[in-house]
Structures are given as structure tokens and as C-alpha cells.
Ligand binder design. Structure first.
Ligand code: AMP
Length: 283
């Protein structure tokens, strides 16, 4: 497995693979890899001849008040994990390689980015769309793999690819969880022992919501309120949002009359965690 830091090196390698008639899958990440990321690599390996992963903590998607500086990084661990899953190349650029001093072009999206995480993180998706667009232009993959863990991001990327006619297939992959139900996340490392235990309230509250839906409840206000009440039983938890939205448009819906996403963002202490489920995956 190769680790490269420049755009030129990525392009040379991918060009070589293309000459050999090989297909390329791509997994964009911010590193500190765990089994959730590994599952994306596994999916890409299954579908493509070669797999590229990027490890880049993208400054543009963090607000000044957010955790850009403290975001966990360990490229040696990432290399070992990626290699053990058969990844062919890691692209690990410095911020200067991605953003020149006079960088001034952005990919901005309305509507889908204005709900859910877009409310408390108003510049986040502009950073995500811009960097993913750049990475797609650098790697030029056939297929790109994203986790349903970041469900709004997945919907936003699918929408961008469609709006801008990008010739890339976007594949959404299931959420990988710890044995006790907590969705794997690089940010789980911020949690101390007590917070780690309290964080179980996210998946537990979602399970509660799933059970209501399976029992036939269609009124989203009722389901949201039941999930909120469950989360409020945990003293260390503070709700950012609990929402049920249309799976594609990310707009709130009043009745479960179509495919929907139930998404939550909850602070456990100072750490903001997200989790969700799609109704089409449970019904
Ligand atoms: P990140 O490094 O957190 O930006 O995540 C990179 C990619 O891995 C995104 O597409 C995430 O949705 C995906 N991912 C992160 N955690 C998980 C998880 N627990 N299960 C599945 N995919 C995940």
C-alpha cells in the first residue's frame, strides 16, 4: 500500500491503473480510522479493482468554535488499519496541498444543508461539498463510499453528484456500532468513562423510536417526543435536535408516509454525537 501526500502522485497512480483497465473505489475520511471506516474499505474492495482512501481533516468544514485542533489524528495507526483491509493507496495531504493561499471557489448547496446539522453547523456542508468535490476531481473514482452514520452528508453528496452531473456512483454503507450499540466514531475518544456509558442513550432512544414505528405509529411529532423524553432521562445528555425528515430532501415531515430519516444530535458533556436510522432499513 502506498501513502502519498501530493495530488500529482495520486493522479499518476490512478492514471496508471486506468491504463491497465482497472476500476477505482474511493473512501474519503478524516482519519483516526475505526471499524466503521474499515467497512467502507471492505465494500470498495468488493466492488472495485483498486481502493483509495483519503485521510484529511478538512479545516473548511469546522467553525472557529469547533474541534479542528483537537480532532484526533494518528496516521501510523490509519496506515496499518487501511493496509490490513487491503487498501491500495492512502492520500494524506497537508492543508496547503488542498488549499492554496488564494483559494476562492466553493461548492454551496441550499435546502438539504439548511436542516438538521446545518442549523447548528451553518458552514459545515459548504466545507464538505467543496472538499469532496476536490477529492473527486483528484481521484476520479468510479464509485465512492460513505457511511449512513453521517446520513445528511450522504444525502448531500448524492444530491451534489446529481446536480453537478458527476460521473461517480455514491454508495451508502450501514452504521457500524460498538457491541453495546454506540455508533463508532472518531469523536468517541473525547468521552470519559461516565460519558461513554451515558452515550448509550443515543442508540437506546433510537431503538425506542424504531419500536414505536414498527408498532404502527405514523405521527412524527409523537415519535420525536418519545425519543426526546427518553434522552432526557440521561442527566449528562443535552439534545441538539431530534428530527424526522424525508430521506432525500432532508425536510421535516409530519406523517410517516414515505421513506424517512430519523436523526438525532446530542451533546454528552462537551462532545456532540450523532446517530440515526432510515425507516426503509427497519420496516
Ligand atoms: P469521518 O472520518 O468521520 O469523516 O468519516 C468518514 C466516512 O466514514 C464517512 O462517510 C462516515 O459516514 C463513515 N463512518 C464514520 N463512522 C462510521 C460508522 N460507525 N459506520 C459506518 N460508517 C462510518
Amino acid at each position: 500500500m502506498k501513502t502519498v501526500k501530493t495530488i500529482t502522485e495520486v493522479r499518476e497512480q490512478v492514471r496508471q491503473w486506468r491504463k491497465e483497465g482497472l476500476t477505482v473505489g474511493f473512501v474519503p475520511t478524516m482519519g483516526y480510522l475505526h471499524e466503521g471506516h474499515a467497512s467502507l474499505i471492505d465494500n470498495s474492495k468488493r466492488d472495485n479493482d483498486r481502493t483509495v482512501i483519503s485521510v484529511f481533516v478538512n479545516p473548511m468544514q469546522f467553525a472557529p468554535t469547533e474541534d479542528l485542533e483537537s480532532y484526533p489524528r494518528d496516521i501510523e495507526h490509519d496506515k496499518a488499519l487501511a493496509e490490513s483491509h487491503g487498501c491500495d493507496m492512502i492520500f494524506n495531504p497537508e492543508p496547503e496541498e488542498m488549499y492554496s493561499e488564494n483559494f476562492s471557489s466553493f461548492v454551496d448547496m441550499t435546502v438539504l444543508t439548511e436542516n438538521l446539522c446545518g442549523i447548528s453547523r451553518p458552514i459545515h456542508f459548504r466545507g464538505v461539498c467543496t472538499v469532496v468535490n476536490k477529492l473527486f476531481n483528484i481521484v476520479k473514482p468510479d464509485k465512492a463510499y460513505f457511511g449512513k452514520k453521517d446520513a445528511q452528508q450522504l444525502a448531500v453528496i448524492r444530491h451534489m453528484v446529481n446536480d453537478l452531473n458527476m460521473d461517480i456512483e455514491v454508495i451508502g454503507c450501514p452504521i457500524v456500532r460498538e457491541n453495546d450499540g454506540l455508533a463508532k466514531s472518531s469523536r468517541n475518544t473525547y468521552l470519559n468513562g461516565e460519558e461513554r456509558q451515558s452515550a448509550l442513550i443515543l442508540s437506546q432512544a433510537l431503538e425506542f423510536g424504531k419500536a414505536l414505528i414498527k408498532s404502527g405509529e405514523k405521527n412524527t411529532a409523537e415519535i420525536i417526543s418519545a425519543i426526546e423524553n427518553k434522552i432526557k432521562t440521561q442527566p449528562l445528555a443535552r439534545i441538539d435536535y431530534v428530527k424526522i425528515v424525508d430521506s432525500e430532501t432532508m425536510q421535516d415531515i409530519a406523517t410517516l408516509d414515505r421513506n424517512a430519516l430519523c436523526a438525532i444530535a446530542v451533546y454528552i458533556g462537551r462532545t456532540r454525537l450523532i446517530d440515526n436510522f432510515f425507516t426503509e432499513d427497519i420496516l
